[in-house]
Design a protein around this ligand. Structure first.
Ligand SMILES: *Cc1c(COP(=O)(O)O)cnc(C)c1O
Length: 462
């Protein structure tokens, strides 16, 4: 049998894929199936026939259809109105098409000769993002496989500013990272990976909701220790609240500290006229990280690292130049990333933009933020529900009654009715709603509140 593509078979199998996905997304958006299933892995492997397929091969478009149906049906439905758990996008279809194209063409574009179009598309997307952040013509950027890698990359650039010798000589012992305790774990990890030691992440003073207390920032300055960067959240993973970027940025500028804005989730609010004020002062940052697979509706994973000065990013990996110009033949982005081979990440963002326009993308963000706010209004008007703050984004935290909040979440997941997440605020476990699916509406939110109130006895153990 030839190893070249049987193009007829491909066309059939692709048609099956489109057909099954269309049914799946349609059913999901209309909430006609459980939002998730929790079949134990051994049983699921059996149902999907995994080991037998691996042993014997021989899948055809027909048997693939059966497999794909079960595969999708047993997963988590991100387009479902009751999917309210994690900050992972229900992808829009143009981005899904980009994944398909990448899967076939595989133009891994970290060197220009491996994908001129893909590299150029990424460059255009980065220029667009730099413009949104307010970094202008002097800025630089690159797309990485996710926000965690993007944070690591930005902090490498930051370290290179404070201690350029660290790359060759090792990390001096006086380096610290300043970050709020609510910062995403990828930042503490980055400190570990960078060899600074996670213990040298100095917690910034915060209020009882975890927001950086700007007036108290001078407390963390210590002449014996050099901060490589100060991290602010836009917005914080747990609460969805934004730090005061302008106040923090001015403090950093006055003390010559690299200002890193983790806008992984919340930088997309720059696209909404009604919400961009939340990011006021972002242009003061030295580096910004912005995920597309959270609020720009691409699949996982795509994140941008953006720096105000392009040369700062070039210094991250201590190469002589980020872009290797071959006359007018383009550039290599390999020098700016941890990754060597890199997917066609820009195409996902680009196709969403090309289809929906910047305005359409901004409208999506605004709508999700508004729905979350509506949930808060509905929740605080009902007895037994407590919300510690008014939401600023599409993330809302709350408690119901005094019982075990985590058990409530488990129960909703077990019945497949709602997928929520949870977090700790000021030491107390809270339920957490992240409004990601465009299909989530007031009816969904009302029935969630009803369901929680009904399940109370089980949750509180009465
Ligand atoms: C999600 C998130 C990250 C991590 O991004 P990944 O793309 O999941 O690696 C980092 N910081 C914040 C604030 C986040 O919300």
């Amino acid at each position: 049998m030839s190893a070249t593509w049987n193009v007829d078979e491909f066309v059939k199998a692709a048609a099956v894929t489109v057909d099954e996905l269309a049914g799946y997304v349609d059913e999901s958006q209309r909430g006609l199936a459980p939002v998730l299933r929790r079949t134990p892995p051994a049983e699921l492997a059996e149902r999907l026939g995994l080991y037998s397929w691996i042993r014997t091969g021989g899948m055809t478009p027909d048997s693939y259809r059966d497999f794909l149906y079960d595969y999708l049906n047993e997963g988590t439905r991100l387009h479902h109105p009751a999917y309210l758990a994690h900050q992972v996008a229900p992808p829009d279809f143009p981005a899904a098409l980009a994944d398909f194209v990448h899967g076939a063409a595989n133009n891994v574009m970290s060197i220009y000769e491996m994908g001129a179009s893909a590299a150029t598309v990424e460059f255009a997307v980065i220029r667009w993002m730099l413009g949104k952040v307010g970094f202008g013509a002097g800025g630089g950027g690159v797309l990485t496989h996710g926000g965690s890698l993007a944070n690591l990359t930005a902090l490498l650039a930051a370290r290179a500013r404070t201690a350029p010798e660290a790359w060759t000589d090792g990390v001096p012992p006086d380096l610290v990272l300043l970050a709020p305790p609510s910062a995403h774990y990828s930042l503490t990890r980055a400190a570990g990976i960078l060899g600074m030691g996670a213990r040298n992440v100095v917690p910034l003073p915060v209020d009882d909701l975890g927001r950086i207390d700007v007036a108290r920032l001078p407390e963390v300055l210590d002449p014996a220790r050099r901060p490589i960067a100060l991290v602010a959240d836009a917005c914080a993973t747990g609460t969805g609240l934004y730090d005061d970027l302008r106040g923090i940025g001015e403090f950093c500028a006055a003390h010559h500290i690299w200002f890193h804005v983790d806008g992984t989730h919340g930088a997309s609010a720059l696209l909404s006229d009604n919400h961009q004020h939340l990011l006021d002062g972002i242009e003061l940052a030295d580096s910004v990280v912005w995920d597309a697979h959270k609020m720009l509706r691409t699949s996982g994973v795509v994140a941008a690292v953006l720096t105000r000065r392009e040369a700062d990013l070039d210094a991250a990996f201590q190469q002589e130049a980020a872009y290797l110009f071959y006359g007018d033949q383009g550039f290599d982005q390999l020098r700016r990333t941890v990754e060597g081979t890199k997917a066609e990440l820009g195409l996902k963002v680009f196709l969403n933009l090309a289809w929906r326009g910047e305005r359409g993308m901004g409208d999506y963000v605004a709508a999700q933020y508004a729905t979350a706010h509506r949930f808060w209004e509905l929740a605080v008007s009902r007895p037994g529900f407590e919300c510690p703050y008014e939401p600023e984004s599409n993330i809302v935290c709350f408690r119901y009654g005094t019982g075990d909040q985590a058990a409530l979440r488990e129960q909703l997941m077990a019945e497949g009715s709602f997928h929520l997440s949870s977090t700790e605020i000021d030491g107390a476990r809270h339920l957490r709603v992240t409004v990601m699916a465009p299909a989530t509406d007031d009816r969904t939110l009302e029935s969630l509140l009803d369901r929680i109130a009904e399940t109370r006895p089980a949750a509180t153990g009465h």
